[in-house]
Design a protein around this ligand. Structure first.
Ligand code: ADP
Length: 201
């Protein structure tokens, strides 16, 4: 590697369902000028196209469960092989468990890479449930009814919060207040990115 080469940023965004992760993920990807990889979006696309992957994923997603690692991990590993990821990427919705974080660490380590920064959007549960029910009316997502939403929240607390701790232990976690307008939350995220040493690209 050339010594002066700028490091490709590898940033991860997490947040409870309805935290506004997808919207902010797009802005972060634009800011860093890197592709955004959203496992949720890949699954939804496959469900829409009725692929085998989509059919399998939908069995879990419609119940608010995670898609098994045997499906998700290789799917992400394959995506990370694409040349557009050479300059970095923003991961949205992956990893979601400590196990996935370990898998990702190993997959990246084999290329001499590692996650630089983990942004967690912190939200108030009841406000977020209201947001999601509103989205359900507009987008008709199979996993956006109240019972499934509450289950997804529980799964987030049980499975994903411990993963946030895993990154906090490595001093990679920055928590951002996710309450307020999209622009207000974005201003906080932008500051966190700048504080972490990332310039607009
Ligand atoms: P949200 O964060 O609002 O739940 P996502 O679009 O990130 O939305 O994910 C939607 C659903 O897709 C999840 O509830 C889960 O069932 C599935 N999914 C997404 N990413 C993963 C992952 N990394 N591992 C397992 N399942 C996933």
């Amino acid at each position: 590697m050339i010594a002066t080469e700028k490091k490709a940023p590898l940033v991860l965004i997490l947040g409870a369902p309805g935290a506004g992760k997808g919207t902010q993920a797009e802005r972060i990807a634009q800011f860093l000028n890197v592709p955004s990889i959203s496992t949720g979006a890949i699954f939804r696309q496959n469900i829409k196209e009725e692929t085998e992957l989509g059919k399998r994923a939908n069995e879990f997603i419609s119940k608010g469960e995670f898609v098994p690692d045997s499906v998700t991990n290789p799917m992400v590993a394959a995506r990370l092989e694409a040349p557009d990821v050479d300059n970095g990427c923003l991961l949205d919705g992956y990893p979601r468990t400590v196990e996935q974080a370990h898998y990702l660490r190993d997959a990246l380590a084999s290329k001499g890479k590692e996650i630089d920064l983990v942004l967690e959007i912190v939200t108030n549960q009841e406000e977020v449930i209201a947001r999601l029910l509103k989205r359900a009316e507009i987008e008709h997502r199979a996993d956006d009814n109240e019972e499934v939403i509450r289950h997804r929240m529980e799964v987030y607390r049980e499975m994903t919060e411990p993963m946030a701790t895993y990154y906090a232990d490595q001093d990679k976690l920055v928590q951002v207040d996710g309450m307020g307008t999209i622009d207000e939350v974005w201003a906080r995220i932008e500051k966190a990115l700048l504080d972490a040493g990332f310039a607009r690209n």
